[in-house]
Every structure is written in C-alpha cells, then in structure tokens.
Design a protein around this ligand. Sequence first.
Ligand code: NAP
Length: 266
Amino acid sequence: MTVLLVAGGTGQAGSAVVREALARGFSVRSLSRKAPPPSVALDGVEYVSADAATGEGLAAALDGVDVVVDTLEGRGGAAQKRFAEAGRRLLAASHGSGVRRAVMVSVAQCDELPIGYYRSKAAKELVYREAKLPTAIVRASQFHSLLDSIFRSTERLRIVPSVRAARLQPIDVRDVARALVDTASEEFSGHSMRTVSGPETRPLRDFADEWREATGSRARVLELPLPGTFGRYFSEERNLAPGTEFGTITFSEWLAGRGEGPANLF
Ligand SMILES: NC(=O)c1ccc[n+]([C@@H]2O[C@H](COP(=O)([O-])OP(=O)(O)OC[C@H]3O[C@@H](n4cnc5c(N)ncnc54)[C@H](OP(=O)(O)O)[C@@H]3O)[C@@H](O)[C@H]2O)c1
C-alpha cells in the first residue's frame, strides 16, 4: 500500500487531506509538532511528531513514506520567516528517505500581492520548483472558513466587514483536499503548478449577505473602500484566477453544513 505522509495533518487543510487519502485507500501518516487529542485523532492514521522548521524528527517521520502532501502553515513572526526553510528541510529529508514525489498547497495569486504572508508562500513555491525530487504545487483560493472568520471578526461591533468592488472565488477545504490527493495519486516527474478555486466568483458583499442570513446575525454589512496596494489588488482583480473553478461546494452549502457530520471540520 502506498504510504502518504500529510505534513500538517492535524490542521484545517491537512486533516481534510488525511480523510480524503484514507477514503482512497492510502496508508496515511500525519506529521505535526503536537499530537492531536484522542478525541479528534482519526482511526487508521499514524500520528508522528516532528518540527519541519528545525528538522527535528523529520528523518524518522519520513521513513518508509512514498508520497508527501505538505499542508504546513507558518503565520506571522518567526514561523512566517522560516516557512520556506521548513519546506526546504521537509523536501531534503524526503529526498534522503527515497520519497517519490511531494505536493504542496499554496495560495492562489500569492505572487500578485507584496505582503509578507504571501511572499513567504511564493518563497516556498520556489523551493518546491527547485527540489531534487518531483514536486507539484496546488494553489488554492480562499477557504470558506476564512470568509467566515473575516465576517465574524467584528460581530461584537455589529458590523460585518466587506470590501467594496472586491470579488472572490472561495473554495471548500474538502475540495482542496480532493485536488491535493488527485495530484499526489499521479505518477509525475519534474515540477508543476496548478490553481484550484471554488464554483462561484461573486462580490464579497454577496457572501457577506449569505453569511448574515445563514447565521442569523443582526450586524450590518459595511462595505469599506480599501486603499493602497491591497485596494488595487482587489479592484484590478489580481486576486482572481479565471478558469480555475474546481470546487463544487458553494459558500452557502458550507454554511448550511457547519457543525454537522464528521466531514465538517469546524
Ligand atoms: N486559509 C485559507 O484560506 C487558505 C487558502 C489557500 C491556501 N492556504 C494554505 O493552506 C495551508 C494550510 O493552512 P491551514 O489553515 O490548514 O493551517 P493550520 O490549520 O494552521 O494547520 C497547520 C498544520 O501545520 C502544522 N505545523 C505548523 N508548523 C509546523 C512545523 N514547524 N513542523 C511541523 N508541523 C507544523 C500544525 O500542527 P502543529 O502546530 O502541532 O505543529 C498543523 O497541523 C497554508 O500553507 C495556507 O497558506 C490557506
């Protein structure tokens, strides 16, 4: 049986990949610094501890692995600065262990916005494009859960924030997992990149209205003008990747399923 290691397998995207890979018959190992609590650990998954940023535990974690799916995150501060380096360490250890191929998730259009978080994604993509083993990058548009957390962020002020003139194409993390496992299942060589986005491209305002309706929030939607680099990124629609629709689960379907069933992660 093919052994698939999910780096970051206890996280949002990673746990969706773990479920998808299990369902497709892979032998699944999950790598993270902390083991998950027994209440959320999945049957049939081998959970191992390693730190990709320092390299500690990586060689042992990768022993016997055929394919790596990298869903690591590094938000803010030192983790963001070391994000690309963590990818480099993971790939070096993978190459050393005889891993056949590696797939990483990245952010759609991350090379179009010069902010630190996106730069760290683009820097890690470069590491993957220069790797000694075959690699594939799957860029994903914003997860539905990200919109949810943005809309929720100012709820106590009775405001649902939106950005005037911004359109988005959010995707369900289960669809992202499907794309990642599709790619990981292929016998490929060289280096490649694709982008996957959700089924709808609509104004952020529409999603905010749907969110209000679904959650019963009485906060009002406030459409803000966004100045500067961020503003141009949205008004020039450099955040969009037309023609990359892949996901089938809409934002309203995701909202309707929140809190239900084992496939829902939140
Ligand atoms: N949110 C979005 O809208 C969106 C859209 C497109 C792409 N993405 C990308 O998807 C990726 C995953 O995001 P996510 O929201 O699923 O992240 P997440 O929920 O924060 O999960 C991150 C995972 O990585 C592990 N991890 C972090 N640092 C580690 C380290 N040094 N060594 C080993 N494991 C480590 C975490 O476990 P421990 O903390 O226990 O180590 C956890 O399992 C990110 O690269 C993100 O940019 C996100």
